[in-house]
Design a binder for this molecule. Structure first.
Ligand SMILES: [Fe+2]
Length: 285
């Protein structure tokens, strides 16, 4: 598979593993079409090398994950102050391999219209299928895509929810392959639950999703929370792996765009501005 040559994709941080999951000794993974060798010493030291390079990759640890870059990021990771709040549950939901473009996964994460049909009776249910108008903008000061004022009726918005509620959402896309949402927290009226989806693109058409949640929930067990998120994500995976084309088309959807597509349109425009072709249909051209 071809290696990525998009500077805007190379100059980002990507998650590889949770710290605890890295096997001792040497292991192999991929990132943007390059093979990586991860070496973990007995003392816990982790060194990551990429094929064809003489020096180890820059590495940082954040959100329980180990992140590396193949390029020259402008700085560290995006800001997420909620991650440092002491009463939050940090829930690493494991790594899921998906046979789809990593960009497709981000776009699907932004899409509320599929809730009643894919996550039936959990994140949505008929007849509540309408996506109300929301606001989308590319925030130039932070170079992120934001969708605000999003609302959706949900039968079971979170594991700790006891009945259907109108759920408020805010979406952020921080890098081409990293997104998160803030949503109504059933346990704290003035705070948001935070659900992140960090993607490790292996190749243009294959990636590993690393979902991480930062929740206000002192009732559920970690295992229950992980299973809830995995159930949701496996429902998405079926859809993602059957989407055609596998790569993300850069032109607006062929169908007549609806207002539910506003975040998708902004995301694709932002990727295009950055010159991202890796994982898109523009790559093959
Ligand atoms: Fe979904």
């Amino acid at each position: 598979m071809s290696q990525c040559s998009d500077k805007a994709a190379l100059d980002q941080w990507y998650p590889l593993y949770t710290e605890a999951e890295i096997p001792f000794g040497n292991s192999i993974t991929r990132l943007l079409g390059s093979e990586l060798t991860i070496a973990r010493e007995k003392d816990g030291t982790v060194v990551v090398n990429a094929e064809g390079r003489g020096t180890p990759l820059p590495l940082l640890k954040r959100f329980g994950l180990v992140w590396v870059t193949l390029g020259e990021p402008a700085g560290g990771l995006f800001s997420l102050p909620e991650a440092d709040e002491e009463d939050r549950r940090v829930v690493n939901c494991g790594a899921v391999t998906v046979r789809a473009s990593g960009l497709r996964i981000i776009e699907n994460f932004l899409d509320m219209a599929h809730f009643p049909f894919v996550h039936t009776d959990i994140l949505g249910a008929e007849p509540h299928t309408e996506v109300a108008q929301y606001n989308v903008e590319i925030r130039r000061d932070v170079d992120e895509v934001w969708a605000t004022n999003c609302q959706f009726f949900q039968p079971q918005a979170a594991l700790s929810a006891t009945g259907g509620i109108m759920t408020d959402y805010i979406y952020r896309v921080m890098t081409p392959f990293a997104t998160l949402l803030y949503k109504t927290c059933p346990n704290a009226a003035n705070r948001w639950d935070v659900i992140c989806l960090f993607v490790q693109p292996l190749d243009p058409d294959r990636c590993v999703a690393h979902p991480v949640m930062f929740l206000i929930d002192d009732v559920s067990t970690t295992t229950e929370l992980v299973h809830f998120q995995q159930l949701i994500f496996l429902q998405d995976r079926i859809i993602l792996e059957n989407q055609r084309p596998v790569l993300l088309p850069m032109e607006p959807r062929a169908e007549i765009p609806t207002r539910a597509d506003a975040s998708s349109i902004a995301y694709r425009r932002w990727l295009k501005e950055k010159g991202i072709t890796y994982g898109t249909t523009a790559m093959a051209a």
